[in-house]
Design a protein around this ligand. Structure first.
Ligand SMILES: Nc1ncnc2c1ncn2[C@@H]1O[C@H](COP(=O)(O)OP(=O)(O)OP(=O)(O)O)[C@@H](O)[C@H]1O
Ligand SMILES: [Mg+2]
Length: 343
């Protein structure tokens, strides 16, 4: 297993009118090449901030990173230059957001948007020195970009892409728009695709098609995927690994089967009880009593202690470190010190 992303003890704060929100509280997470990692956890627990820190898309301010590292292929993206960030976004990391309308401009055709995006990526490459010495004419460049756009649209399942490419976003259904956005996200041949709740706005049958498409891309074009979802059923069906987040920490991570069969963290156990019996894609996270704490004044130690039935004084005193409980299975809970339940 070769790591593509290694987030190490990452802290992130957001400066707001109400105070400083301690949004990430020492997040540690590894994504190996070829993984389809599912990230789950209740709303506001830091899934998007963690994910968007990788292509450095979290606006600073309001965000600041007091400490920690975000390594992409071994390089800390929090330390690279603006030019390197552009290159990272142009050809290493693709992002798909929840709402397929926000990613597309209603006044331009799909052709205009895709060709412009492909050309912008190429220009980012030229700016970094790649491909210098062979610069085709602008018209040739546009034609080649259009051909590539049509190929991409075909790959993501848009019928008759040679014709459809000249239509506007409103002429596409929600699912088709999401396919176009996936095509755009993979147009720079990225190594990592971040999909932040890519199907939440779609109906159930279309959701399944989009998720199947993402899984196919993982196999066919060597993509590594970080999939954020509220739906554990989706993770169970699609992902090889799971990371569970709670109030700014990854509290448990490991192979999907292992986590589903043998959840260790009291929070993960609560989430698993929320999966419907048929393990369908309709399951959502409702299984844990109580609410996520305010991140402006978060609880001390393990932030889950205010909702945990196993709470002890030690939980309130310090953040428990990640423990390895099985191969590739880690949990941050004092119940499992040295890999075995503490007596
Ligand atoms: N730009 C911002 N300014 C201020 N606070 C922010 C900003 N972006 C995120 N936050 C805060 O950071 C915390 C984590 O947010 P994040 O969006 O990562 O949660 P999430 O797990 O993705 O939730 P959801 O499931 O609702 O998408 C939340 O408390 C949120 O309010
Ligand atoms: Mg989010």
């Amino acid at each position: 297993m070769t790591p593509l992303v290694e987030i190490r003890d990452l802290y992130c704060e957001m400066v707001t009118f109400d105070g400083v929100a301690k949004v990430l509280n020492g997040v540690s997470l590894t994504i190996n090449k070829g993984d389809l990692l599912g990230v789950v956890g209740e709303t506001g627990c830091g899934k998007s901030v963690t994910a968007m820190s990788i292509p450095r898309l979290v606006p600073q301010p309001p965000a600041r990173y007091p400490s920690g590292q975000v390594l992409f292929n071994g390089q800390d993206v929090l330390k690279i230059s603006a030019e390197e960030v552009r290159d990272l976004r142009a050809r290493k990391i693709g992002v798909v957001f929840q709402d397929p309308m926000t990613g597309l401009n209603p006044v331009f055709t799909i052709e205009e948007q895709m060709v412009d995006s492909i050309l912008a990526r190429q220009n980012a490459l030229h700016a970094t020195g790649w491909g210098r010495g062979w610069l085709p004419s602008a018209r040739e460049e546009r034609r080649a970009a259009r051909e590539r756009a049509v190929q991409l649209l075909r790959r993501v399942g848009i019928p008759e892409p040679e014709k459809r490419i000249f239509t506007y976003p409103h002429e596409y259904s929600g699912g088709m728009r999401q396919r176009v956005l996936i095509a755009l996200a993979i147009s720079g041949r990225p190594e990592l695709l971040i999909a932040d709740e890519p199907t939440t706005a779609l109906d159930v049958s279309v959701q399944a098609q989009i998720l199947r498409l993402i899984a196919e891309l993982v196999r066919e074009i060597n993509l590594t995927v970080m999939l954020i979802t509220h739906n554990i059923g989706v993770v169970a069906q699609l992902c090889n690994r799971i990371a569970v987040m709670y109030a700014g920490n990854v509290v448990e991570s490991g192979p999907t089967r292992e986590i589903l069969r043998n959840p260790k963290h009291p929070y993960t156990k609560g989430l698993m009880q929320a999966i419907p019996a048929d393990n369908s894609v309709r399951g959502s996270l409702q299984g844990v009593a109580g609410n996520v704490p305010s991140l402006l004044a978060p609880p001390s130690g393990c932030r889950f202690h205010t909702r945990c039935s196993y709470v002890t004084d030690r939980c309130k005193a310090a953040l428990p470190p990640m423990q390895i409980v099985a191969p590739d299975h880690e949990v941050a809970c004092v119940l499992y010190e040295d890999g075995v339940p503490a007596s």
